[in-house]
Design a protein around this ligand. Structure first.
Ligand code: PGA
Length: 326
């Protein structure tokens, strides 16, 4: 058995799984005589037959079944070793440069925190700026990865959604519309509106929602920060549309309400993106895998630090809790 090669076990595993010498040969890009030769050598080494042929079908003998189980264990250990080795080569140290849109600051640092716990040797640089600036950085290829609220059309990029990003209408708890149900979008345009700055993705999506309906918002004030907008709403300066994620950090308890407006929340997503053709580093690839495999984790994190009973990010959050004081 000591003289059996990994190649022979690989050939054996393929035949056992595919129940065919021909298909195993095809899968491994080997000729059929080579496959037969490898199995003959393995069988001689073990001293017991591994397959039996009945008619045109092949079956595993008892020894064959035992070897098949052993092979699966060996290959699993090997793939684990490959991962560890690649971590040793590429992830022991390295740098991850991220640029994210303003609103993504509500969850990105938490995500990075958990990623860094897994890979403590990685240095992170995080740029937080609005959509327009993020797209400029992407066009200049200044970072490894980007997070933004809409697939970039301005830059030729690979983009993939990984988390929901609903936009909601926020008002002060004392606002006359706070208790109303099924408010029309037209009614919203009669209220003084506090908007994000030009270049903001939130602003773009909000303006598109209303202009698609032939409506125009009555903009009273423009502010470049979601937190400043929340304070302005609480101060009675107007209402606004922001990502529900903005409620997940230091929500000023009991002072803001999500209005029940027809057509809201606007369903958006968070996307990661990078310029097409970019060669991603091992660190960046690993972070992408981490993002893709962990949508539930992201929701859990958000719920956790929302520190309110109802998760503001769950797609089917019940209507009552939308209107509850946050
Ligand atoms: P913003 O982008 O923070 O620039 O508004 C957020 C988004 O595009 O959803």
């Amino acid at each position: 058995m000591r003289h059996s090669t990994l190649r022979q076990l690989e050939v054996f595993e393929a035949i056992a799984r595919l129940k065919s010498f021909t298909r195993a040969a095809e899968e491994l890009f080997l000729t059929q005589p080579t496959v037969s030769m490898q199995i003959k050598k393995l069988t001689d080494e073990i001293g017991l037959p591994l397959f039996e042929q009945v008619g045109k079908k092949i079956y595993l003998t008892d020894a064959g079944q035992e070897l098949y189980r052993t092979c699966l264990g060996i290959f699993e250990h090997f793939s684990h070793f490959e991962m560890v080795a690649s971590n040793m080569k590429g992830l022991k140290s390295g740098k991850l440069k991220l640029a994210v849109v303003t609103t993504a600051k509500y969850f990105t640092p938490r995500l990075l925190g958990m990623f860094c716990q897994q890979y403590p040797g990685i240095d992170i640089s995080l740029q937080v700026t609005n959509r327009e600036r993020v797209l400029e950085r992407m066009a200049d290829n200044r970072d490894d990865l980007y997070i933004l609220g809409q697939v970039p059309k301005e830059v030729d990029a690979v983009a993939q959604a990984f988390l929901e990003n609903p936009l909601v209408v926020l008002a002060s708890v004392n606002h006359p519309l706070a208790q109303k149900k099924k408010i029309t979008p037209k009614r919203i345009t009669e209220e003084p509106f506090i908007s994000r700055e030009p270049g903001s993705g939130t602003r773009m999506a909000t303006e598109r929602f209303f202009s698609d309906k032939g409506l125009r918002l009555k903009i009273r004030m423009e502010l470049g920060s979601n937190e400043a907008i929340k304070q302005a709403i609480i101060g009675g300066l107007g209402i606004s549309v922001l990502s529900r994620h903005t409620l997940a950090l230091d929500a000023p308890t009991g002072q803001l309400v999500v209005l029940d407006v027809q057509g809201f929340p606007i369903d958006r997503h968070w996307y990661y993106a990078y310029p097409s053709g970019k060669q991603l580093s091992i660190v960046a690839q690993t972070f992408l895998e981490y993002l893709q495999q962990a949508p539930q984790l992201l929701v859990d994190i958000s719920c956790h630090y929302a520190n309110i009973g109802h998760c503001p990010l769950l797609p089917d959050g019940n209507k009552e809790s939308f209107c509850n004081r946050l």
